[in-house]
Design a binder for this molecule. Structure first.
Ligand SMILES: Cc1ncc(COP(=O)(O)O)c(C=O)c1O
Length: 488
């Protein structure tokens, strides 16, 4: 089953509990095993059934979640895949982790699930303590306020709103005094009540598909086409040359080029129309192609934001909770002061955002929806954080990441026409192929050989394993990738 190096005091009770629930967690396989074509007959039949009741073209495989275990995804046809994509990067501890199974094996947890509360109206009595002990204990430095949300996009939407409230309060010099004109005009979507303000994002960014978030998403047209969008500005994000250490001058100039454009846009918008209230940025652009930028880029970006009175929102929906080898991706940047808002979801199991107290709205119901998160998810997240500590999972990520990245560099040398631009931090890694067609073939061949991977950008493959992905899993991945590249 799972190897836990240092036995924490609660581990025996966890094992007892899982046994008493008569839940069997299969042992993690030694290696992938594919017995059918992929997708297999069962997946194909289920796909046709699903497609008759919804648009299901995005579905790749159906899961047998009872039998998934650790780093292995088992599909409806009984194939066992090493999962290097983990539900679009959203599974922190892999499948059926005993501590997560045990977390729901008590009446308090079950009742939290069943009696789901409207958290911003009738929160459970232990909610403030839970927010402090679980979420705020892992918050980025100096972030003292937190809101839970339902998903990534919803977290971004509400972070943007918080930034607009803060910006308008600064303009009017008070958080409280709305004019009658503002109160009336907001009801007909006109300024000054609905002010002409903007959130600036970067080319290649992905911040979700809800309307505000979608206006800042700039990765692929399929996400945006036919939807009305805010006329908000977009700046270039650095596109580095690789390997980084051989292209330092070019990449520094690239940082400079993008930052100059950021300053220009902020300045023009401030003078002409629709000033920028916030800039949103991912520590590593994910969906848009795993594009990274240097710590210096982020430090200068923050400085520009401060000079221009613009909020800096770091979108950690995909980078948060450990995959880069640090709890938060932006910890790699040594920012002189904390960002203003940090959004999270995916591996955090609940959506939400952290912020400094300066951004707390003066009135209730301004950051709000019915559920505003899910207390049941915090019960699981508590166990995730405990496993990160006890199983030293950030170290695991760093070690496995090193093996993976070194191995990818080796393959890049050996198969230089098929893979290139190896990049990333921790196990949050990616590489490019010369074309989308070659990239898709590699990804499909990996799947046929028992590895579930993900793609991003125009021609990249991204790796997003769980935090329990170890060096031995990295070696299995590299062996299979090597075989695929050899037979390409
Ligand atoms: C960086 C980033 N922000 C926001 C989102 C949106 O999250 P969700 O799909 O949960 O709405 C994603 C999803 O992939 C993401 O990667």
């Amino acid at each position: 089953m799972f190897r836990i190096k240092k036995v924490p005091e609660n581990v025996l009770s966890v094992i007892k509990l899982v046994r008493s629930m008569s839940v069997t967690v299969p042992k993690e396989p030694e290696k992938p095993s594919v017995k059918t074509s992929v997708p297999g007959p069962k997946s194909l039949q289920l796909l046709s059934e699903l497609n008759s009741i919804q648009q299901a073209q995005s579905v790749q495989l159906f899961g047998d979640y009872d039998n998934c275990t650790g780093n292995y995804f088992v599909d409806a046809d009984g194939n066992q895949f090493l999962d290097v994509f983990t539900q679009i990067s959203s599974s922190p501890l892999g499948y059926n982790h005993p501590a997560l199974l045990a977390a729901y094996a008590n009446s308090h947890a079950l009742k939290s699930l069943i009696n789901r509360s409207a958290l911003l109206v009738f929160p459970p009595a232990d909610w403030p303590e839970k927010l402090k002990k679980i979420l705020l204990a892992k918050a980025p430095h100096c972030m003292t306020n937190v809101y839970t949300m339902m998903c990534g996009a919803c977290s971004l939407e509400n972070a943007y709103k918080c930034a607009f409230f803060w910006y308008r309060a600064k303009q009017r010099g008070s958080k409280l005094d709305f004019t009658p004109e503002e109160l009336n005009t907001c009801m007909v979507n006109q300024p000054p009540g609905s002010p002409d303000l903007a959130v600036m994002s970067f080319w290649g960014a992905f911040h979700g598909r809800a309307f505000g978030a979608l206006s800042t998403t700039r990765s692929k047209w399929i996400h945006k086409i036919d939807c009305p969008a805010f006329d908000w500005p977009v700046a270039p994000f650095p596109r580095y040359q690789y390997p980084l250490h051989e292209n330092q001058l070019y990449n520094r100039q690239e940082d400079q080029r993008c930052l100059e454009e950021v300053s220009k846009i902020l300045d023009t918008r401030l003078r002409c129309c629709r000033p920028v209230a916030a800039i949103v940025v991912e520590p590593i652009q994910s969906e848009g192609g795993d594009n990274e930028a240097s710590p210096e880029f982020f430090q200068c970006l923050q400085q520009i934001c401060k000079q221009m009175g613009v909020a800096l929102i770091i979108d950690e929906v995909q980078t948060g909770c450990g995959p880069t080898g640090k709890m938060w991706g932006h910890e790699h940047f040594n920012l002189p002061s904390p960002p203003d808002l940090v959004t999270f979801s995916k591996k955090m199991l609940t959506g939400g955002f952290f912020t400094t107290s300066e951004f707390k709205p003066a009135q209730g119901y301004r950051i709000f929806n019915t559920w505003s998160g899910d207390p049941g998810k915090l019960i699981l997240l508590d166990e995730v954080f405990r496993a990160i500590e006890h199983e030293k999972l950030l170290t695991t990520v760093q070690q496995a990441g090193k093996v993976l990245k070194n191995g990818l560099h080796e393959l890049e040398k050996e198969f230089s026409t098929a893979i290139m631009r190896v990049r990333g931090r921790g196990t949050f890694l990616a590489f490019c192929s010369p074309t989308a067609k070659v990239r898709d073939k590699i990804n499909n061949d990996l799947r046929k050989n028992g590895v579930l991977g993900g793609i991003c950008g125009e021609k990249s493959i991204r790796l997003r394993p769980a935090l329990i992905f170890k060096e031995r899993h990295a070696n299995i991945y590299l062996d299979i990738l090597r075989k695929v590249l050899k037979n390409l």
